[in-house]
Design a protein around this ligand. Structure first.
Ligand code: IMP
Length: 426
């Protein structure tokens, strides 16, 4: 039996989708445990490219049951579109998809609130994806959230929408100067998605408890990344859920004692979308080159991602935060063309060297990264990539340096978006 949590070890977009897709072949369950349609997990296989936002990345490889668990916030319309897209690709979801009755629903007012709140923050905007994620978690924590189980009882659903809108409309008019929303209209507009989603709604905690008891292979798929964690990330420039390993347990109902592996995914360099501190960010032509080579544009919003060198101080923090016992390094091929490659090994904060990732916004903004410079390999890592020994010598040195510094084995090295462009070291 293995219960393996897959977490982003940076600011998201590390390539978790590809890794989950690969590992799903031998899994019985693949479980999304937090976030919502703010995520964009890109999979490439059989010359096709698919971006999944809510459905777990195990849906196309093998027979695993894919579970959207209690910790996820589900936009019914976004899910409806995704279900349609996946079914068009020939996947019969009726026996493959389960959605937790306890997962919270994103309603149109959450999206609107997300957007107006961002606008009102002006230059302090977080740079959210605008998908209503923060406001949906606010409703959940305030105990006025609408859950998937509520969709099964139309009378109750209507009542809850009316009740919530009474408050929200006051805020829309008086604080944000926006038009009010109509409860009956909102209720009606939800109907088509609710009808389609209904058959998938069930008690997924029970499903997963049985799976643990029956020693099934379970993959828990994180969205976003450790440094966007609400508690442990670069607050307030974070998402509103817990992408870290701890969140996998609360977000799925699987107890910590059942977890056997925690795998972190890191790119061979760093990226970040949205605002907030990013110590190793490159605002020069090298940063642009990383963006170009890595095609670093958001899978959900299309925004250009900010790029920088690999930051081992931040990665070491993610290792300890999640208790990572294995790592995957992705997008090594993006570094193929560079003459020299830098890695951040320490921070300099007002003349003081430190290996601690600071948690205060003020301190983080003062970080000057200290770099080790390594020679590039100036050759392809995507050709002849079946094993580590076929990589160029300097690429092996780079991997060895990261592994020794971090002290966690690099089990998978990804050298391109396709399933075949992967070195697996189990
Ligand atoms: P929200 O999750 O839409 O509230 O956005 C909060 C922050 O998390 C913003 O900086 C977003 O750009 C970032 N974010 C949310 N989802 C993702 C993701 O899937 N990848 C990378 N960044 C994300």
């Amino acid at each position: 039996m293995a219960v393996r949590i897959i977490v982003g070890a940076q600011w998201g977009d590390e390539g978790k989708g590809k890794v989950v897709d690969l590992l799903s072949k031998s899994a019985d369950f693949v479980v999304r445990y937090q976030g919502g349609a703010n995520a964009g997990h890109t999979l490439k296989f059989d010359d096709r490219e698919v971006v999944l936002h809510l459905i777990p990345s195990g849906i196309f490889n093998g027979d695993a049951r894919c579970v959207i668990a209690n910790g996820v916030v589900v936009d019914p319309k976004a899910l409806l579109d995704e279900i349609g897209h996946v079914e068009q690709m020939g996947v019969d979801l009726s026996s493959k998809l389960s959605i937790s009755e306890s997962a919270h629903v994103i309603l149109p007012y959450h999206r609107i609130l997300d957007q107006v709140k961002e606008k009102s923050r002006g230059e302090n905007a977080i740079g959210t994806t605008g998908r209503g994620i923060g406001p949906a978690y606010v409703s959940k924590v305030s105990r006025v959230g609408i859950r998937m189980s509520d969709l099964l009882t139309p009378g109750l659903l209507k009542e809850k929408i009316e009740h919530n809108l009474a408050d929200i409309n006051k805020a829309l008019i008086h604080i944000y100067n926006e038009p009010v929303l109509d409860a009956a209209e909102m209720f009606e507009s939800l109907k088509p998605s609710v009808e389609r989603i209904k058959p998938f709604i069930c008690n997924t905690a029970r499903l997963l408890h049985d799976a643990v008891d029956n020693e099934k292979e379970i993959l828990l798929e994180g969205a976003q990344g450790s440094l966007l964690d609400l508690d442990h990330g670069t607050y307030p420039y974070v998402t509103s859920s817990s992408p870290t390993a701890g969140g996998a347990c609360t977000g799925s109902g699987i107890p910590p004692t059942a977890v056997t592996h925690v795998m972190g995914i890191t790119k061979a360099y760093c990226t970040r979308v949205g605002n907030g501190p990013f110590p190793s960010e490159l605002l020069d032509s090298t940063g642009e080159e990383l963006r170009k080579q890595g095609m670093e544009f958001g899978a959900t919003t299309g925004r250009p991602r900010r790029c920088g060198w690999l930051d081992l101080v931040a990665l070491q923090y993610a290792v300890r935060l999640n208790g990572l016992n294995e790592l995957t390094l992705t997008k090594l091929d993006v570094l193929d063309a560079f003459d020299t490659i830098k890695i951040c090994t320490e921070y300099d904060i007002e003349g003081q060297r430190t290996d601690i990732f600071p948690l205060s916004e003020k301190k983080l903004c003062k970080v000057n990264p200290v770099y080790k410079t390594m020679e590039g390999w100036k050759g392809s890592t995507t050709r002849n990539i079946a094993k580590l020994s076929s990589l160029p010598e300097n690429a092996r040195k780079y991997i060895g340096y990261v592994e020794d510094f971090i002290g966690v084995p690099l089990r998978i090295i990804s050298t391109g978006p396709k399933r075949s462009e992967t070195i697996v070291r189990y």
